[in-house]
Structure formats: C-alpha cells, structure tokens
Design a protein around this ligand. Sequence first.
Ligand code: PMP
Length: 407
Amino acid sequence: MRLPPDRCNPQVNPILAVTAACRRRQRVGQSVVDLSVGQPDFPTPPEIGAAATQAIERGETRYPPLQGIGELRVALRRTLEAAGLGYSPREILVTAGATGALFDAFQALLEAGDRVLVPVPTYPSYADQIELAGGLVTPVATRAADGFKLRPETLRQAAVESGARLLVLNQPNNPTGAVYGRQQLAALAEVICDLDLDLISDEVYRDFVYASPEHTDPEETSLGHTSPVELGAEMKERTLVVGSLSKSYAMTGWRVGFAAGPAAVIKALMHVQEASLVGPATPCQWAAVAALDGDQAGKEAMVAAFARRHRYVRQRLQAMPGVVCDGAQGAFFAFPDLAAYTADSSDFCRRLLDHHGVAVVPGAAFGAPSCLRLSYAVEDADLEHGLDRFEAALSEIEMKGDNGLTA
Ligand code: PMP
C-alpha cells in the first residue's frame, strides 16, 4: 500500500516514548519509578464502573445520539452551571475525551494555512491536531519568571505579527501547572476581544487547583479555577470550552469528554464527529452520568491527595541547588527548570532513567528544553523514592559546564 512520503514515519509522541522506555525496563525486572505518567494513579470509583455494567444490562448498547445521550448533556449542563458556566444542552457536545473535542474543533474551525496561537511550553498534541486539520502553529513564548503565564503584550504582538485568529489556552497547564487568576485572564481577554480572536479553553485539569494563581503561598488551599467564559458574554461568544472526565474521575480509559460553546460551533464539531467517531461508547456515557451526578467524595479525596503531593514535590525540588520550580498552582505536574545545569535536559533525563531508574519527560517535548516534566500522579512512597533518586542524579552533574553534564 502507498503512503504519502510525509506520513511514512509519523513522529512518536515524546511522552509515550518515555513511557515505553520505562515499560521496557520494568519488563526485564529493572526498578523504575515512573514519573512520566499523565493520568491519575487512582482507579475509577467502582460506582462509576457499576453504572456502565447496569447500562449494558439494560440494553444501552446501541449507537449513542450524535450529540451525546441527553442525560449526560443535562449532567454536564448542571456541572458547568455549578462552576459558573451557563450552557444549555444544545451548546454541549459529548466527545471521546478532550482529545476528541480538540480534534473536532480544529477540523471544524480551521481552513488550510490558518495559524493558531499556542503558548509554549505546550501540551504536544495540539500541534499534531492543528497540523492534521491543515493549520499551522504559531508558538507564543511564556517565561518561567512569569510562572509560564502568557503576557497580554506578548499575545498581542504574536497575534498581530502572525495574523492568527485562534488561541489555545490550557490552564491548569500541562506541563507547567500554571493557573490564571481572574485579573490575569481579564488582561488577556482585553487583547482577545480587541483583536477579534477566538479561543479554545482547554480546562481538562480544572478540578486540580491547589493554590491561588494570584498569590504565591504554596500552603494556600484550593481556590478554584476561573474559566475565561466567566468574564462575560463577549468572551463566551468567542470561546469553546473543552473538558473531560478523564482526570477528574480517574476515567482516562473511558474516553468521555465534551466541548461547550455557541450552538452553531457545536453543530460544526458534531458534523466532524459524525464522520469520524459517531461518539463515545454508550455504556461509557452512562458511566459519565453516574460520575457527574453521584457522590463527589472520591474526586475530592483524589484532589486532596494531589494537593498534598503538590506541596511535597515543590518543597523537595525547591530545596535542590540550582533547580527553579515555583510556577505551578495546578494539574499534577512539576516543571522544574534546570537551566543552571544545562540548556537541554534530554541527556540528564536519559541518564536519570538509565542509571537511576526514574522516568520523567524532557522539557524539549513541550518546547522548553532546559526544563523537565515530573508527574506526581504516583503513590506517595514512589514519589518520595523517585525524588530521592532525582536528587542523587542531580548531585552527580555540575552546574553549567559545556553542556551541563560532567560524566
Ligand atoms: N488536554 C491536555 C492539556 C491534556 O493534558 C490531556 C491529556 N493528557 C488532554 C487534553 C486529553 O485528555 P482526554 O482526551 O483524556 O480527555
């Protein structure tokens, strides 16, 4: 069979490449602490699984409606409303995780050659999804000193220079953990409205906020997430919210997410989904109803565990000489900057895996080579063990040699 030349060797997702290297070592009996994972270490709460079984027993095994089952769209409407986001069920599309929503959105919104503003460091899948839709990425730099948050003037300049009409904003952010406060969002919203931009707001980590974005006290308890949509009608008209049950309910394998936005936009996404997927499996959608409508204690306990780990990881990393790590307020990643040691952490990450048995993702995967992503979606004991090994590996390299590495 013939493949177009540019599709013969698709790039391996750098995060999955690390996970695969980690699994290979674990299979041959090596002890590896996997801090590369991007999914909760908690199991899906059993009552959610039971709802899927019950749906199958009731015979809910046929095609789902294209927009998603009504019960789930009502549950999503209620959940969004409780978070201050008012959408009717016809403004909501049930998708195969946030990935499905993002894929549908770029296919629906982009024309060939359209540019999309993507703040860097970035979740790597956006670029693939944008390019598959014929679009082009315009990276917009953020700085560690700003907690990796986009500055309004940087956004303005990048938008004007590139002619892009669409921005993707992910917060709490993968990989940096950055969360925007209301004032910070308002300053961006001013540019967005002024330049007539549209926005995809990726809120998959919205339940994972551990500290106030506008304060720096790491002991501050959860103060919640603000969506750009909360800033008023004009932002709501310009924004497509993308969300998921993957992280909030430890349901990554169930593939249920959603998009919420203006009805006409939702209709266009639905058209893409009709041609590509039809929708997430019907029993999984019933499981999602149970997740949203059921007792939230499991989710709250999970988020509390992540909050505790967030503080622990931050304290450990901040105590390591030369490591800069103070931006994050959410998600379940730390994104320490090793610039004092090296401009590209890839060699260090390889060494960390090969010699110390710890898997992390090099910052180059996210467009920030001097950093690395360390996930705390692992049990406390593994996290402690992994950080001990990380510290030992760091003590073996010198600050700023030629490439930062001495051995
Ligand atoms: N957006 C971001 C920022 C993510 O980190 C992820 C998962 N790693 C997704 C979207 C996709 O999540 P899912 O498809 O499982 O809902």
